[in-house]
Write a protein that binds this ligand. Sequence first.
Ligand code: ATP
Ligand code: MG
Length: 492
Amino acid sequence: MTGTLDWENIILGFRLTTKDFLETVLGSLSESIIVTDLDGKIVYYNEGSEGLFGYRPEEILVRSIIELGVRKPNVLAEMRKGRTFRGEVLLRRKSGERFPAHIICIPLRDRSGAPMAMVGAARDLTEEKEVNRLREFNENIITSLNDGIQIIDKDGIITFANKRFEEMVGRGGGELIGRHYQRFMDRNVLESVGGSMETLHKGADKKTFEATYITKDKREVPVLISSSRLYRNGNYDGMINAVTDLTEIRVLKEELYQSEKLTLLGTLAGEIAHEVNNPLSGLILAVQMLIDDAKEGHIERKELLIELKDIENDAMRCKRFIEKILGFSKMVPEAKGLVNINDTVEEALALIQRQAKLDNVSVVKAFSSRPLYVLGNANQLQQVIINVVNNSRDALFPEGGTVTIKTSAVAAKGKRWVCLEIGDTGHGIPEGITGRIFDSFFTTKAKGTGLGLSVGKKIIEDHGGTITAQNLQNHGASFVVTLPRKRWKMSK
Ligand SMILES: Nc1ncnc2c1ncn2[C@@H]1O[C@H](COP(=O)(O)OP(=O)(O)OP(=O)(O)O)[C@@H](O)[C@H]1O
Ligand SMILES: [Mg+2]
């Protein structure tokens, strides 16, 4: 038969087909196939239709196709005109539930070629629509996120980037897709970024790290990247990176830092008044006595010199104090220089000792006998010490107690460090909050701002050091600051 098999033969074959054959073929299809007359009366309904609509054949046969929801568009009218119909319609199951479906309806013709019946096939679109809806929903979320999203494959090649990421790095999707993820990063961060990604390659599930992008117009964009491993069918398949622009956060942090300084200045104002007022009063009194003596004309030269020396001393004391305050309040952090940490502690204590005395807090100093140099900014380091000692003072309130400040030289990790320990005999850090005390705005005090330690930590980290906290065995808390130690000679 193969040699003579052409369309005419096939059509003839179909004409001679038995009802049994047709029913077996149509019945075995998983799709829904229905045959109606031109009035819509159902004359054939296969098993696939049972699955789709829920009716048994005996329930639906000879009833109208309209029962299955086919009302609009008027498919039967199309059949009568001899036209094929294909399109999306809403159908109805036995349960009354409506569902979207794709249907194809073909007119069956009689011997004269006139339409006499309709064969319809329907496919349920519910799942497809749901998948599309979900995909659209996900895409919407990802495009409208305020964070940049980037997906990279196992070789580090970018396979997806959302709008926000494109904006952040100032490049269109076309320039990003297919490129290596490090391509637009600042060279200086590549080593540390590479290290972080390596830990992910080796099996860590998540990693957060900082990096810097360089935009097309050469702007630096500091970012925080949260990177997580992606899996496909259970196998490691690349990385998804959520990228947060830190530019604004950095500005805010700087502003906070400045405002924290202003707050401290406020509390210092009382002490300034006191520190300056005392020598000033003495100075004025001495000058007045001198004037009186001079008027009466009986002052000796030796006595005059002693009085003038005292006046000079008082004036110098005021001047030095004012200078210190001015330095402290400068808006732009001064450059770093070689600083003896023992001096810095002394200077910081000078600024807060009056209040400490009033609160019954005695300060015990256990300084290293030799100077301990660090490369730093004395004003900033003073601020850290003041913040920590003020916290101790708060923890000792109202009974008072002791604050011990110890400085020492230590060696660790193959390097030399200066170690500064500030311990108190207060109530200690409440259990469960140790991990949060360095967070900005974390406070347990009614009038606290929660900035003291976070500003302190920023300063110490800017100096290449660390600050940690722990509770002491008996009671009280201890803060340990370490800073890279410098030799005096190195600065010269
Ligand atoms: N020496 C300490 N003993 C016990 N708890 C402490 C000590 N130092 C800090 N803390 C805890 O850490 C929290 C955070 O301290 P931080 O200095 O950052 O803010 P604050 O002191 O609450 O407010 P601010 O310093 O702005 O006035 C404090 O509220 C306190 O609960
Ligand atoms: Mg504080």
